[in-house]
Design a protein around this ligand. Structure first.
Ligand code: EPZ
Length: 423
Protein backbone atom coordinates (compact mmCIF):
# COMPACT_ATOMS: atom_id res chain seq x y z
CA UNK A 1 0.00 0.00 0.00
CA UNK A 2 1.35 3.40 -0.99
CA UNK A 3 1.65 6.70 0.82
CA UNK A 4 2.76 10.20 -0.09
CA UNK A 5 5.67 11.92 1.65
CA UNK A 6 5.31 15.71 1.30
CA UNK A 7 7.89 18.31 2.32
CA UNK A 8 6.51 21.79 2.92
CA UNK A 9 5.86 24.61 2.71
CA UNK A 10 6.30 25.03 -1.07
CA UNK A 11 4.79 27.59 -3.45
CA UNK A 12 3.35 26.20 -6.68
CA UNK A 13 4.56 27.75 -9.93
CA UNK A 14 3.90 26.65 -13.50
CA UNK A 15 1.27 24.86 -15.59
CA UNK A 16 -0.99 21.93 -14.74
CA UNK A 17 -2.97 20.08 -17.47
CA UNK A 18 -6.48 19.07 -16.35
CA UNK A 19 -7.53 15.46 -17.03
CA UNK A 20 -10.80 14.07 -18.25
CA UNK A 21 -13.59 13.86 -15.68
CA UNK A 22 -14.27 10.67 -13.70
CA UNK A 23 -17.85 11.66 -12.86
CA UNK A 24 -18.65 12.58 -16.47
CA UNK A 25 -16.99 9.48 -18.00
CA UNK A 26 -18.83 6.90 -15.85
CA UNK A 27 -22.39 7.68 -17.11
CA UNK A 28 -21.09 7.91 -20.71
CA UNK A 29 -19.65 4.41 -20.30
CA UNK A 30 -23.02 3.09 -19.06
CA UNK A 31 -24.76 4.83 -21.99
CA UNK A 32 -22.50 3.02 -24.46
CA UNK A 33 -24.28 -0.22 -23.52
CA UNK A 34 -27.53 1.20 -24.97
CA UNK A 35 -26.05 1.52 -28.47
CA UNK A 36 -26.49 -1.02 -31.28
CA UNK A 37 -22.87 -0.46 -32.32
CA UNK A 38 -19.58 0.43 -30.58
CA UNK A 39 -19.08 3.78 -28.85
CA UNK A 40 -15.69 5.49 -28.51
CA UNK A 41 -15.09 7.93 -25.66
CA UNK A 42 -12.04 10.19 -25.76
CA UNK A 43 -10.35 12.16 -22.93
CA UNK A 44 -10.89 9.30 -20.43
CA UNK A 45 -8.57 9.48 -17.38
CA UNK A 46 -6.42 6.58 -16.13
CA UNK A 47 -8.18 6.15 -12.78
CA UNK A 48 -9.00 3.17 -10.57
CA UNK A 49 -12.74 3.91 -10.83
CA UNK A 50 -12.54 3.76 -14.65
CA UNK A 51 -10.75 0.39 -14.47
CA UNK A 52 -13.37 -0.89 -12.03
CA UNK A 53 -16.24 0.21 -14.27
CA UNK A 54 -14.53 -1.36 -17.32
CA UNK A 55 -14.62 -4.66 -15.42
CA UNK A 56 -18.24 -4.17 -14.35
CA UNK A 57 -19.21 -3.65 -18.00
CA UNK A 58 -17.06 -6.62 -19.17
CA UNK A 59 -18.99 -8.95 -16.81
CA UNK A 60 -22.02 -8.52 -19.11
CA UNK A 61 -20.04 -9.77 -22.12
CA UNK A 62 -19.40 -6.27 -23.50
CA UNK A 63 -16.07 -5.84 -25.29
CA UNK A 64 -14.07 -2.99 -23.72
CA UNK A 65 -10.72 -1.67 -25.02
CA UNK A 66 -8.98 1.08 -23.02
CA UNK A 67 -6.06 2.77 -24.77
CA UNK A 68 -4.80 4.40 -21.56
CA UNK A 69 -1.97 6.47 -23.06
CA UNK A 70 -4.36 8.27 -25.40
CA UNK A 71 -7.31 8.16 -23.02
CA UNK A 72 -9.48 6.41 -25.63
CA UNK A 73 -12.09 3.89 -24.51
CA UNK A 74 -14.05 1.75 -26.98
CA UNK A 75 -17.13 -0.11 -25.74
CA UNK A 76 -18.83 -2.68 -27.99
CA UNK A 77 -22.12 -4.01 -26.52
CA UNK A 78 -22.73 -6.49 -29.38
CA UNK A 79 -22.22 -9.66 -27.30
CA UNK A 80 -24.01 -8.77 -24.07
CA UNK A 81 -25.38 -11.97 -22.55
CA UNK A 82 -25.12 -11.56 -18.78
CA UNK A 83 -27.41 -8.91 -17.30
CA UNK A 84 -25.74 -8.60 -13.92
CA UNK A 85 -23.43 -6.31 -11.89
CA UNK A 86 -21.92 -8.32 -9.02
CA UNK A 87 -21.41 -7.16 -5.43
CA UNK A 88 -17.62 -7.76 -5.60
CA UNK A 89 -17.32 -4.94 -8.14
CA UNK A 90 -20.24 -2.68 -7.22
CA UNK A 91 -19.02 -2.42 -3.60
CA UNK A 92 -15.76 -0.93 -4.94
CA UNK A 93 -17.52 1.89 -6.75
CA UNK A 94 -21.11 3.16 -6.21
CA UNK A 95 -21.51 4.47 -9.75
CA UNK A 96 -21.56 0.84 -10.92
CA UNK A 97 -25.22 1.15 -9.92
CA UNK A 98 -25.77 2.94 -13.28
CA UNK A 99 -25.83 -0.57 -14.75
CA UNK A 100 -29.37 -0.91 -13.38
CA UNK A 101 -30.77 1.82 -15.64
CA UNK A 102 -28.63 0.77 -18.61
CA UNK A 103 -29.44 -2.98 -18.54
CA UNK A 104 -33.12 -2.46 -17.66
CA UNK A 105 -33.43 0.17 -20.39
CA UNK A 106 -31.80 -1.97 -23.08
CA UNK A 107 -32.92 -5.51 -22.15
CA UNK A 108 -35.87 -5.07 -19.77
CA UNK A 109 -34.04 -7.15 -17.17
CA UNK A 110 -31.23 -6.51 -14.67
CA UNK A 111 -29.68 -7.93 -11.50
CA UNK A 112 -27.50 -5.29 -9.86
CA UNK A 113 -25.97 -5.29 -6.42
CA UNK A 114 -26.98 -2.53 -4.02
CA UNK A 115 -23.97 -0.19 -3.58
CA UNK A 116 -23.41 -0.68 0.15
CA UNK A 117 -21.94 1.83 2.60
CA UNK A 118 -19.77 4.93 2.14
CA UNK A 119 -16.92 6.46 4.21
CA UNK A 120 -18.93 9.41 5.38
CA UNK A 121 -22.39 8.06 6.05
CA UNK A 122 -25.63 6.91 4.43
CA UNK A 123 -26.01 7.35 0.66
CA UNK A 124 -29.41 5.78 -0.11
CA UNK A 125 -30.63 4.81 -3.61
CA UNK A 126 -34.33 4.91 -2.76
CA UNK A 127 -35.02 7.59 -5.41
CA UNK A 128 -33.45 5.41 -8.11
CA UNK A 129 -35.79 2.53 -7.22
CA UNK A 130 -38.91 4.65 -6.68
CA UNK A 131 -38.31 6.43 -9.99
CA UNK A 132 -38.00 3.13 -11.88
CA UNK A 133 -41.18 1.83 -10.25
CA UNK A 134 -42.99 5.06 -11.17
CA UNK A 135 -41.76 4.60 -14.75
CA UNK A 136 -43.39 1.16 -14.86
CA UNK A 137 -40.65 -1.27 -13.89
CA UNK A 138 -41.01 -4.14 -11.42
CA UNK A 139 -38.24 -3.67 -8.83
CA UNK A 140 -37.51 -6.25 -6.13
CA UNK A 141 -34.73 -6.49 -3.53
CA UNK A 142 -33.27 -9.96 -2.97
CA UNK A 143 -30.16 -10.83 -0.94
CA UNK A 144 -28.57 -7.43 -1.42
CA UNK A 145 -29.42 -7.27 -5.11
CA UNK A 146 -31.94 -5.21 -7.07
CA UNK A 147 -33.88 -7.44 -9.47
CA UNK A 148 -35.46 -5.31 -12.18
CA UNK A 149 -37.95 -6.32 -14.88
CA UNK A 150 -39.65 -4.06 -17.38
CA UNK A 151 -42.07 -4.57 -20.30
CA UNK A 152 -40.95 -3.64 -23.85
CA UNK A 153 -42.53 -0.25 -23.38
CA UNK A 154 -43.25 1.29 -19.96
CA UNK A 155 -45.93 3.96 -19.60
CA UNK A 156 -43.43 6.37 -18.02
CA UNK A 157 -45.52 9.02 -16.27
CA UNK A 158 -44.09 11.80 -14.09
CA UNK A 159 -41.65 11.54 -11.19
CA UNK A 160 -40.21 14.27 -8.98
CA UNK A 161 -36.81 13.89 -7.33
CA UNK A 162 -36.64 15.18 -3.77
CA UNK A 163 -33.84 15.93 -3.14
CA UNK A 164 -32.39 16.39 -6.61
CA UNK A 165 -29.98 13.51 -7.26
CA UNK A 166 -27.20 13.16 -9.86
CA UNK A 167 -27.17 9.37 -9.70
CA UNK A 168 -30.95 8.91 -9.76
CA UNK A 169 -31.29 11.29 -12.74
CA UNK A 170 -28.63 9.31 -14.61
CA UNK A 171 -30.22 5.90 -13.86
CA UNK A 172 -33.72 7.08 -14.82
CA UNK A 173 -32.57 8.67 -18.08
CA UNK A 174 -30.66 5.48 -19.02
CA UNK A 175 -33.75 3.36 -18.32
CA UNK A 176 -36.20 5.65 -20.14
CA UNK A 177 -34.51 6.46 -23.48
CA UNK A 178 -35.33 3.05 -25.05
CA UNK A 179 -38.23 1.93 -22.91
CA UNK A 180 -40.51 4.74 -21.63
CA UNK A 181 -43.42 5.90 -23.81
CA UNK A 182 -43.08 9.35 -22.14
CA UNK A 183 -41.30 9.95 -18.87
CA UNK A 184 -41.20 13.37 -17.26
CA UNK A 185 -38.54 13.84 -14.58
CA UNK A 186 -38.97 16.91 -12.38
CA UNK A 187 -36.25 18.43 -10.16
CA UNK A 188 -33.75 16.53 -12.28
CA UNK A 189 -30.07 17.16 -11.56
CA UNK A 190 -28.44 19.83 -13.76
CA UNK A 191 -24.83 18.93 -13.00
CA UNK A 192 -22.59 19.18 -16.12
CA UNK A 193 -22.05 15.39 -15.98
CA UNK A 194 -25.82 14.86 -16.38
CA UNK A 195 -26.15 17.47 -19.14
CA UNK A 196 -23.25 15.91 -21.06
CA UNK A 197 -24.86 12.46 -20.77
CA UNK A 198 -28.17 13.76 -22.15
CA UNK A 199 -26.42 15.59 -25.01
CA UNK A 200 -24.46 12.46 -25.95
CA UNK A 201 -27.59 10.28 -25.78
CA UNK A 202 -29.32 12.71 -28.16
CA UNK A 203 -26.29 12.34 -30.50
CA UNK A 204 -26.91 8.54 -30.29
CA UNK A 205 -30.50 9.15 -31.40
CA UNK A 206 -32.39 9.62 -28.12
CA UNK A 207 -35.45 11.88 -27.73
CA UNK A 208 -34.84 14.04 -24.66
CA UNK A 209 -36.43 17.47 -24.13
CA UNK A 210 -35.28 20.02 -21.56
CA UNK A 211 -31.58 19.09 -21.55
CA UNK A 212 -29.80 21.41 -19.09
CA UNK A 213 -33.01 22.17 -17.17
CA UNK A 214 -34.50 20.47 -14.10
CA UNK A 215 -37.43 19.11 -16.12
CA UNK A 216 -36.57 16.33 -18.58
CA UNK A 217 -39.10 14.75 -20.94
CA UNK A 218 -37.92 11.47 -22.42
CA UNK A 219 -39.72 9.48 -25.12
CA UNK A 220 -38.49 6.05 -26.10
CA UNK A 221 -36.87 5.50 -29.50
CA UNK A 222 -36.50 2.02 -30.99
CA UNK A 223 -32.69 2.06 -31.10
CA UNK A 224 -29.58 4.08 -30.37
CA UNK A 225 -26.37 4.12 -32.40
CA UNK A 226 -22.84 3.96 -31.09
CA UNK A 227 -20.96 7.25 -31.55
CA UNK A 228 -17.55 8.86 -30.94
CA UNK A 229 -17.88 11.23 -28.01
CA UNK A 230 -15.56 13.50 -26.02
CA UNK A 231 -15.54 13.31 -22.24
CA UNK A 232 -15.53 16.59 -20.30
CA UNK A 233 -12.57 18.03 -18.41
CA UNK A 234 -12.67 17.30 -14.66
CA UNK A 235 -14.34 20.30 -12.98
CA UNK A 236 -13.60 18.98 -9.46
CA UNK A 237 -9.92 18.46 -10.28
CA UNK A 238 -9.96 22.01 -11.68
CA UNK A 239 -11.44 23.40 -8.44
CA UNK A 240 -9.00 21.36 -6.35
CA UNK A 241 -5.96 22.81 -8.15
CA UNK A 242 -7.41 26.34 -8.02
CA UNK A 243 -7.63 26.01 -4.23
CA UNK A 244 -4.13 24.45 -4.00
CA UNK A 245 -2.77 27.43 -5.96
CA UNK A 246 -4.23 29.96 -3.51
CA UNK A 247 -2.92 28.49 -0.26
CA UNK A 248 0.73 29.66 -0.45
CA UNK A 249 1.24 33.45 -0.95
CA UNK A 250 3.91 32.99 -3.66
CA UNK A 251 1.99 30.52 -5.79
CA UNK A 252 1.13 31.31 -9.41
CA UNK A 253 -0.32 28.55 -11.61
CA UNK A 254 -2.00 28.11 -15.01
CA UNK A 255 -4.49 25.27 -15.51
CA UNK A 256 -4.95 24.09 -19.10
CA UNK A 257 -7.53 21.85 -20.81
CA UNK A 258 -10.28 23.23 -18.54
CA UNK A 259 -14.02 23.47 -19.42
CA UNK A 260 -14.61 26.79 -17.68
CA UNK A 261 -18.32 26.67 -18.66
CA UNK A 262 -18.77 23.75 -16.25
CA UNK A 263 -17.60 25.61 -13.12
CA UNK A 264 -20.93 27.23 -12.22
CA UNK A 265 -20.66 29.90 -9.50
CA UNK A 266 -17.36 28.54 -8.15
CA UNK A 267 -15.00 31.10 -9.82
CA UNK A 268 -16.97 34.03 -8.36
CA UNK A 269 -16.92 32.50 -4.89
CA UNK A 270 -13.21 31.78 -5.28
CA UNK A 271 -12.43 35.41 -6.14
CA UNK A 272 -13.91 36.47 -2.78
CA UNK A 273 -10.83 34.92 -1.11
CA UNK A 274 -8.77 37.71 -2.71
CA UNK A 275 -7.16 35.33 -5.19
CA UNK A 276 -6.58 36.77 -8.65
CA UNK A 277 -7.88 34.63 -11.51
CA UNK A 278 -8.06 35.16 -15.25
CA UNK A 279 -10.10 32.70 -17.30
CA UNK A 280 -10.77 31.96 -20.92
CA UNK A 281 -12.52 29.06 -22.60
CA UNK A 282 -10.03 26.36 -21.66
CA UNK A 283 -7.48 27.82 -19.23
CA UNK A 284 -7.35 29.56 -15.86
CA UNK A 285 -4.46 31.60 -14.45
CA UNK A 286 -4.32 31.81 -10.64
CA UNK A 287 -2.18 34.20 -8.58
CA UNK A 288 -2.32 33.68 -4.83
CA UNK A 289 -3.05 36.71 -2.61
CA UNK A 290 -0.49 37.80 0.01
CA UNK A 291 -3.25 36.96 2.51
CA UNK A 292 -6.47 34.99 1.97
CA UNK A 293 -9.84 36.47 2.94
CA UNK A 294 -11.91 34.29 5.26
CA UNK A 295 -14.84 33.19 3.05
CA UNK A 296 -17.86 31.14 4.15
CA UNK A 297 -19.43 28.68 1.76
CA UNK A 298 -22.51 26.48 1.75
CA UNK A 299 -22.62 23.55 -0.65
CA UNK A 300 -25.53 23.18 -3.06
CA UNK A 301 -26.60 21.43 -6.26
CA UNK A 302 -25.15 22.79 -9.50
CA UNK A 303 -24.40 25.65 -10.26
CA UNK A 304 -23.95 26.14 -6.50
CA UNK A 305 -20.81 25.24 -4.51
CA UNK A 306 -19.94 21.54 -5.12
CA UNK A 307 -19.83 19.32 -2.05
CA UNK A 308 -16.80 17.61 -3.71
CA UNK A 309 -14.76 20.80 -3.03
CA UNK A 310 -15.94 21.33 0.54
CA UNK A 311 -13.00 19.60 2.29
CA UNK A 312 -10.45 21.39 0.10
CA UNK A 313 -12.09 24.76 0.85
CA UNK A 314 -12.15 24.19 4.62
CA UNK A 315 -8.45 23.27 4.49
CA UNK A 316 -7.67 26.46 2.56
CA UNK A 317 -9.54 28.48 5.20
CA UNK A 318 -7.03 27.32 7.84
CA UNK A 319 -4.69 29.80 6.10
CA UNK A 320 -7.14 32.75 6.22
CA UNK A 321 -7.24 35.08 9.27
CA UNK A 322 -10.51 34.97 11.19
CA UNK A 323 -13.39 32.53 11.55
CA UNK A 324 -14.78 30.78 8.48
CA UNK A 325 -17.81 28.54 8.22
CA UNK A 326 -18.24 25.67 5.76
CA UNK A 327 -21.75 24.17 5.55
CA UNK A 328 -22.55 20.98 3.65
CA UNK A 329 -26.25 20.85 2.71
CA UNK A 330 -25.83 17.79 0.42
CA UNK A 331 -23.99 15.43 2.82
CA UNK A 332 -24.50 16.48 6.41
CA UNK A 333 -21.61 14.44 7.77
CA UNK A 334 -18.91 14.76 5.12
CA UNK A 335 -16.23 15.87 7.61
CA UNK A 336 -13.93 12.85 7.89
CA UNK A 337 -10.97 15.11 6.96
CA UNK A 338 -11.35 17.24 10.13
CA UNK A 339 -9.56 15.03 12.67
CA UNK A 340 -6.73 14.49 10.15
CA UNK A 341 -6.17 18.16 9.27
CA UNK A 342 -6.40 18.88 13.02
CA UNK A 343 -3.40 16.55 13.45
CA UNK A 344 -1.46 19.06 11.31
CA UNK A 345 -2.42 21.86 13.71
CA UNK A 346 -5.67 23.16 12.20
CA UNK A 347 -8.39 24.60 14.46
CA UNK A 348 -11.66 23.12 13.20
CA UNK A 349 -14.89 22.46 15.07
CA UNK A 350 -17.80 20.55 13.53
CA UNK A 351 -21.35 21.19 14.73
CA UNK A 352 -24.17 19.42 12.81
CA UNK A 353 -23.43 19.99 9.14
CA UNK A 354 -21.06 22.92 9.68
CA UNK A 355 -17.30 23.11 10.04
CA UNK A 356 -16.05 26.23 11.86
CA UNK A 357 -12.42 27.07 11.03
CA UNK A 358 -10.23 29.47 13.02
CA UNK A 359 -7.34 30.92 11.04
CA UNK A 360 -4.69 31.69 10.29
CA UNK A 361 -3.03 28.59 11.85
CA UNK A 362 0.51 27.54 10.90
CA UNK A 363 0.39 23.84 9.98
CA UNK A 364 3.12 21.37 10.94
CA UNK A 365 3.86 18.06 9.19
CA UNK A 366 2.63 14.73 10.70
CA UNK A 367 1.23 11.38 9.55
CA UNK A 368 -2.39 11.57 8.41
CA UNK A 369 -4.88 9.00 7.13
CA UNK A 370 -6.91 9.14 3.91
CA UNK A 371 -10.57 8.15 4.34
CA UNK A 372 -12.22 9.00 1.02
CA UNK A 373 -11.33 10.64 -2.29
CA UNK A 374 -11.94 14.35 -1.57
CA UNK A 375 -10.97 14.22 2.11
CA UNK A 376 -7.60 12.72 1.16
CA UNK A 377 -6.76 15.37 -1.43
CA UNK A 378 -7.39 18.05 1.21
CA UNK A 379 -4.62 16.36 3.26
CA UNK A 380 -2.25 16.73 0.30
CA UNK A 381 -3.15 20.43 0.03
CA UNK A 382 -2.52 20.87 3.77
CA UNK A 383 0.79 18.96 3.58
CA UNK A 384 2.09 21.31 0.85
CA UNK A 385 1.77 24.35 3.16
CA UNK A 386 2.71 22.58 6.42
CA UNK A 387 6.15 23.01 7.94
CA UNK A 388 8.26 19.84 7.59
CA UNK A 389 7.24 16.33 6.49
CA UNK A 390 3.65 15.11 6.09
CA UNK A 391 2.92 11.43 5.38
CA UNK A 392 -0.46 10.85 3.72
CA UNK A 393 -1.37 7.19 4.19
CA UNK A 394 -3.70 4.96 2.15
CA UNK A 395 -3.50 7.04 -1.00
CA UNK A 396 -5.39 4.37 -2.96
CA UNK A 397 -8.36 6.61 -2.19
CA UNK A 398 -6.73 9.35 -4.28
CA UNK A 399 -5.96 7.03 -7.19
CA UNK A 400 -9.68 6.60 -7.63
CA UNK A 401 -10.18 10.17 -8.79
CA UNK A 402 -6.94 12.13 -9.39
CA UNK A 403 -4.82 11.17 -12.41
CA UNK A 404 -1.00 11.52 -12.02
CA UNK A 405 -1.47 13.74 -8.95
CA UNK A 406 2.11 13.66 -7.68
CA UNK A 407 3.58 14.09 -11.19
CA UNK A 408 1.39 17.15 -11.82
CA UNK A 409 2.23 18.73 -8.44
CA UNK A 410 5.96 17.96 -8.72
CA UNK A 411 6.01 19.74 -12.11
CA UNK A 412 4.88 22.96 -10.39
CA UNK A 413 7.38 22.70 -7.56
CA UNK A 414 5.74 20.57 -4.84
CA UNK A 415 8.02 18.23 -2.87
CA UNK A 416 5.84 15.12 -3.01
CA UNK A 417 6.75 11.49 -3.63
CA UNK A 418 4.91 8.18 -3.62
CA UNK A 419 6.43 5.35 -1.64
CA UNK A 420 5.47 2.12 0.03
CA UNK A 421 3.73 2.70 3.34
CA UNK A 422 6.31 0.45 5.06
CA UNK A 423 9.01 3.13 4.48
C1 EPZ B 1 -22.62 12.19 -7.32
O1 EPZ B 1 -22.95 11.20 -6.34
C2 EPZ B 1 -21.09 12.22 -7.38
N1 EPZ B 1 -20.61 10.91 -7.76
C3 EPZ B 1 -20.52 12.59 -6.01
O2 EPZ B 1 -19.10 12.74 -6.16
C4 EPZ B 1 -21.08 13.93 -5.59
O3 EPZ B 1 -20.66 14.18 -4.27
C5 EPZ B 1 -22.62 13.90 -5.62
O4 EPZ B 1 -23.09 13.49 -6.92
C6 EPZ B 1 -23.24 15.25 -5.32
O5 EPZ B 1 -22.80 16.21 -6.21
C7 EPZ B 1 -20.47 10.61 -9.07
O6 EPZ B 1 -20.78 11.39 -9.96
C8 EPZ B 1 -19.95 9.25 -9.41
P1 EPZ B 1 -26.63 12.33 -5.40
P2 EPZ B 1 -24.46 10.66 -6.20
O7 EPZ B 1 -27.50 11.18 -5.73
O8 EPZ B 1 -25.06 10.56 -7.54
C9 EPZ B 1 -29.51 12.00 -1.58
C10 EPZ B 1 -16.82 12.23 -5.78
O9 EPZ B 1 -16.15 12.67 -4.83
N2 EPZ B 1 -30.12 10.85 -2.25
O10 EPZ B 1 -26.73 13.56 -6.21
O11 EPZ B 1 -24.40 9.45 -5.35
C11 EPZ B 1 -28.07 11.73 -1.14
O12 EPZ B 1 -28.02 11.05 0.08
C12 EPZ B 1 -18.26 11.75 -5.52
O13 EPZ B 1 -16.43 12.18 -6.95
C13 EPZ B 1 -31.21 10.23 -1.66
O14 EPZ B 1 -31.66 10.62 -0.58
O15 EPZ B 1 -25.11 11.86 -5.36
C14 EPZ B 1 -27.48 13.12 -1.07
O16 EPZ B 1 -27.78 13.71 0.14
C15 EPZ B 1 -18.54 11.56 -4.07
N3 EPZ B 1 -31.75 9.15 -2.29
C16 EPZ B 1 -28.21 13.83 -2.22
O17 EPZ B 1 -29.37 13.07 -2.52
C17 EPZ B 1 -31.27 8.69 -3.49
O18 EPZ B 1 -31.80 7.71 -4.03
C18 EPZ B 1 -27.39 13.98 -3.48
O19 EPZ B 1 -26.87 12.71 -3.86
C19 EPZ B 1 -30.17 9.34 -4.08
C20 EPZ B 1 -29.61 10.42 -3.44
Amino acid sequence: MDKFIIEGPTPLKGTIPISGSKNAALPLMAAAILGNSPTTITNVPKLRDIYTFNNVIRVTGTHVIFNEDDGILTIDPANIAHLEAPYELVRKMRASFYMLGALLGKFGRAKVSLPGGCAWGPRPVDLHLEGLRAMGADIKLEEGYVIGNAPDIMDGGTFTLEPSSVGATINLVLAAVLRAKEFILKNAAKEPDVVLLCKRLVEMGADIEGVGTDRLTIRAVDHLDGVEIRNAADRIETGTFMIASAMHPQSEVTLTGVDTDDLGHFPDTFKRTGTEITMDADRIHIKAPSELNSTNISTDVYPGFPTDLQAQWATMMTQAPGRSKVTDTIYHDRFSYVPEVTRLGADMDVKENKDYIEGKTPLKGASVMSTDLRASVSLVLAGMVAEGETDVLRIYHLDRGYEDLEQKLTKVGAQIRRTDQKE
